[in-house]
Design a protein around this ligand. Structure first.
Ligand SMILES: Cc1cc2nc3c(=O)[nH]c(=O)nc-3n(C[C@H](O)[C@H](O)[C@H](O)COP(=O)(O)O)c2cc1C
Length: 646
């Protein structure tokens, strides 16, 4: 049996012995204090992550200069006053026996707050990919000052007890902006051909090396491929790799993509296979002898071990898997991988929450992540008899958490298995892993002591008889049946009936509603070979945003497959083989042939028992879709909160 022997081998970089080849890559948390210092929440979050046993931990972006700060809660290292807080981080990691690098960062033109104030700096005055606002072009003085700032930041990292530093030259931030001709159109010595554009990065590395001395390891994180139209290629990168090593880089961290890359590929959605960019690490290894880190959707240590064994990479970074379940490596080591929550790559709690909601880090399926200070560890003072009604992700999380805290928990699920809507989501293309998560969650709830009773609808009489101390009402949501003439014809069904196999797809299909259920049902049909699919939407656009990585992929897949979207359209009548549409106030259209009409017009919370509980004075918590249909992250969060408050 593979015992992870290569992945768990130590690796030496200069004087530093790293105990194994598992890396926690940098992940911005937005948990820092607003003055840039390390907060208690940062430390608690970090402490839990590193229990994974990863050998090499890299901090989130840490600003080397006030004019390079990404957001108000970004950690900073541009002054000596930041050293004490950062030292605490290093200390936590050392107590765990791991080694820690600080990621040195300058946001350049991708910092919203700086752009808004007209203070953002960049190689050229070309607007940010994300915010579409122009930065100021750096003059030579700015460039020299920034190079010095990288060096001083590295010196501070060393003084704070860090084992290494990593320069963030990836993902479209300042150092990469210099590398990219899309952002760097300078005509001086810092622009021009690829070698000219690399000069700034090289000088930063040289200055860092000068400040930290010869024995201190320096990593550089690159986007080995720009992944943008006419962007630089891995071959371009190969051409400068030896120069970067010569300038002081001891480790190459081979990431990919930039802010303008399609579909958030840097933190890739579920559509991408684990390890899908490992060839970039291999290509970097072709041209340099220093250790190379591979990254991208890794969740399975055994797969990582194979890659290290093959020699495609020397170390493997597990990013979001550290958020979904920091015990993944321990579980693999102890032969209990079936207990690990697999990362769903949904990005709901992590990167998309940071980018689009300005929130701090969470994980859609792991409610402890980012809330380590509030997360109850001790059993509750009083063990209560708790009934959880409904076994979707919210109910299962509530049952698991309540049982973990010592309550006597019974979960009732009306269907034949727990999992709710997620069981259907797991049937659409690429989302099988959602089903795996539900299996693990189910098993976890049972392991903690919850009893799960399926095929059991709960009624008032049962509650009267059972007398629970508290009820968690997690009865989910049911689909809405629209009021349209002809809707009761036999060829009309709910999307859910199609996904659960009760109804077979046939012929030319019309889907009513372009929300996630409608879109994913179209994707399911596309995969089944259905060619003629129309999606009708009353609004001007789909609520599934193309800014989210899964949303982007889904839209692209459906359009490529020829799925047609009819926006601003209302179905006024469903016929045997056609439908009538009201497109604009005075424009009617007939669509035919139509062999199947699939309803995906939203859902409504099932909270039938709420009044009864209220009137009976039975303490209850209404959570998840039963309260209001939303995403997995809300259901899980409310389930956990209800359990923690018992
Ligand atoms: C919430 C979040 C924050 C991130 N912040 C950083 C960062 O500060 N610096 C960085 O180089 N990469 C950052 N990344 C990218 C990750 O380091 C990693 O490259 C990416 O998530 C792909 O790895 P994974 O598929 O294992 O998650 C971040 C990713 C996430 C999900």
């Amino acid at each position: 049996m593979n015992k992870l022997e290569h992945l768990l081998q130590p690796i030496r970089v200069r004087q530093l012995e790293i105990p194994n080849r598992v890396v926690m890559p940098p992940m911005g948390s937005n948990l820092g204090n607003t003055d840039g210092t390390v907060s208690e929440a940062n430390l608690a979050y970090f402490k839990r992550r590193i229990q994974s046993g990863a050998g090499f931990i890299i901090t989130e972006i840490t600003s080397v200069h006030p004019n390079g700060i990404a957001s108000p809660r970004t950690l900073c290292v541009y002054d000596d006053r930041f050293i004490p807080g950062l030292a605490k981080m290093a200390d936590i990691v050392h107590r765990q026996g791991a080694k820690i690098a600080m990621q040195l960062h300058h946001v350049g033109r991708e910092g919203y707050y700086l752009l808004k104030e007209g203070k953002a700096l960049a190689p050229s005055a070309i607007a940010s990919y994300i915010y579409r606002i122009k930065p100021q072009e750096m003059n030579i003085e700015d460039i020299k000052e920034t190079i010095t700032a990288f060096g001083q930041a590295a010196r501070r990292a060393r003084e704070a007890g860090f084992d290494a530093v990593e320069l963030h030259a990836a993902h479209g931030y300042l150092l990469m902006q210099f590398l990219s001709h899309h952002c760097n159109q300078r005509t001086d010595q810092y622009g021009g051909n690829f070698a000219g554009r690399a000069r700034f990065v090289v000088e930063c590395l040289q200055e860092v090396r000068k400040q930290v001395g010869e024995d201190f390891p320096v990593s550089i994180r690159i986007s080995a491929e720009e992944i943008i139209k006419d962007g630089y290629t891995v071959e371009d990168m190969q051409s400068i790799m030896p120069i970067l090593v010569e300038a002081g880089a001891d480790i190459i961290h081979a990431s990919f993509g930039t802010h303008g890359s399609p579909g958030g590929i840097t933190s890739a959605p579920v559509e991408y296979e684990p390890g899908f960019k490992v060839e970039l690490a291999r290509k970097v290894k072709e041209v340099v002898k220093v250790p190379v880190i591979a990254v991208g959707r890794f969740t399975d240590p055994f797969m990582a071990d194979e890659i290290v064994t093959r020699g495609d990479a020397d170390m493997i970074a597990f990013g979001r898997q550290h958020l979904a379940d920091p015990d993944f490596l321990i579980n693999a080591r102890l032969g209990r991988v079936q207990e690990t929550f697999p990362c769903l790559a949904c990005n709901q709690g992590c990167i998309e929450r940071l980018l689009f909601e300005q929130g701090s880090i969470r994980c859609a399926i792991n409610p402890e992540t980012g809330q380590e200070l509030e997360y109850p560890v001790q059993a509750a003072k009083k063990s209560k008899k708790v009934w959880v009604i409904g076994g979707g992700p919210g109910g299962l999380t509530a049952a698991s958490e309540a049982a973990r805290l010592g309550h006597q928990v019974t979960l009732f699920e009306a269907g034949k298995e727990a999992g709710g809507q997620v069981l259907l989501a797991a049937r659409v293309p690429y989302k099988k892993v959602y089903g795996r998560w539900i299996e693990v969650l189910n098993a976890r709830a049972i392991k903690h002591g919850a009893e799960i009773i399926t095929n059991q609808e709960v009624n008032e009489e049962m509650i009267n008889k059972g007398q629970p101390d508290e009820v968690i009402l997690a009865s989910g949501a049911g689909p809405v049946w629209p009021d349209i003439p002809g809707v009761d014809l036999p060829h009309v069904c709910y999307a859910q009936e199609l996904l659960n196999g009760a109804v077979a797809p046939r012929g030319a299909v019309v889907i009513l509603g372009s929300g996630l259920v409608g879109m994913e049902t179209a994707d399911y049909l596309r995969e089944k070979g259905i060619k003629n699919i129309n999606i009708i939407e009353t609004e001007a656009r789909s609520p599934v945003s193309t800014l989210t990585s899964h949303g982007y992929m889904l839209h692209k897949r459906l359009r490529t497959a020829g799925v047609k979207f009819l926006f601003n359209s209302r179905v006024t009548e469903i016929g045997e083989e056609s439908i009538l549409l009201q497109r604009e106030p005075d424009k009617q259209q007939e669509l035919k042939p139509v062999h199947q009409v699939i309803v995906a017009t939203g859902s409504t919370g099932r909270n039938r028992l709420e009044d009864f509980l209220k009137q009976g004075g039975i303490p209850y918590h209404l959570i998840g879709d039963a309260r209001k249909p939303r995403r997995i992250i809300e259901a899980v969060e409310e389930g956990a909160q209800a359990a923690w408050q018992l």
